[in-house]
Ligand binder design. Sequence first.
Ligand code: SF4
Length: 362
Amino acid sequence: MKADKKIISILMNAENGKSITKDEAINLLKLPENSLESSILTSTANIVSRQKFSNHALLLGQIGVDMAPCDGDCAFCFFANSNALIKPSALDKQEIIDRCIQFVLGGAQGVFLMTMHRFGLDWFRDLCADLRNLIPNQFEILANVGDLSLSQLKELKDAGVTGAYHVSRLREGTDSCISPDSRKKTIEYILEAGLSWFNMCEPVGPEHTPEELAEQIWIGIDYPCVQHGVMQRFPVKGSPLYKYGQVSLSRLNQIIAVVALATQNKPNIKSIAVNAPSVAGLFSGANAFFPETGEPIHGDPENHPVKDKEGFTTALWRDNDEITTCDCRKMMVSAGFSHLMDFNGYSKLKLQSKSYSKEEII
Ligand code: SF4
């Protein structure tokens, strides 16, 4: 078996510390996903990423706090106005607090509070302010909400929010009713407000071309994010993009590897996330997961069926049970990661599969 010399040269340069260019990224994304070169790509990213992050990993929880038919109307989404059959509802504050505490106990360093594209700003701001007073100080409150103005983001910051996830997604404006410019404007405001910006290449489907993927990945290179990563799209029955299905794990890993090699010299990037969490992703340059629920209550790992719960997480799109902090730590331990870190890259806890005691955590 012989590998393509041009590809090997790009990967050797990357392994020696040179970030790949956008053109090189496109060439790497054109590789057949199960080729020899693609395997060398993911292995190279694994080496580069482990060095960059000192073999440390990150857990950030997620809670969908408000749900309604959404006028973002994304062609892949469970909540899209034209497809959704749900009634508007918001999660009870005590339930959110309880879930945050479970995330804390599982070693997560923060939580993304997710809403629809349009949401009640005052309600969300007051919720964040209350949470800030009621959950441990070191646990970061992060927003994953719709487009906002600079002054609205400053309000959230004053309420205790320290970062925000916001993405100008693949085919934004074509597969959604939101313009890429308004998404990018909000990203600029997030940075101007002094919040940490979390980004990803998403929602990746089989139809996205290497050029489209590279273009979208580079938004997180041109603007300073603290986290880059890749999230695959899960097909929602009845949605316009259902027909395309989903990318394979090997394709997902190939894209993660490209992100890792393109961002290796960006000191602002403290972690590379993959969603859904997978051990294979951890061997392709990723070091961060978004658990969908915290430490299982009363030691019952089966006690987290998604269908009976209020609110939402990405488990809804996967149509599966929620992935716990315990599940994530087990994957990270099995992949040989040594510690959990905070989102600034500082070491926080030795990684272990078994649950932490309260004294170890708080
Ligand atoms: S992906 Fe977000 S913006 Fe789009 S329809 Fe779903 S909730 Fe709304």
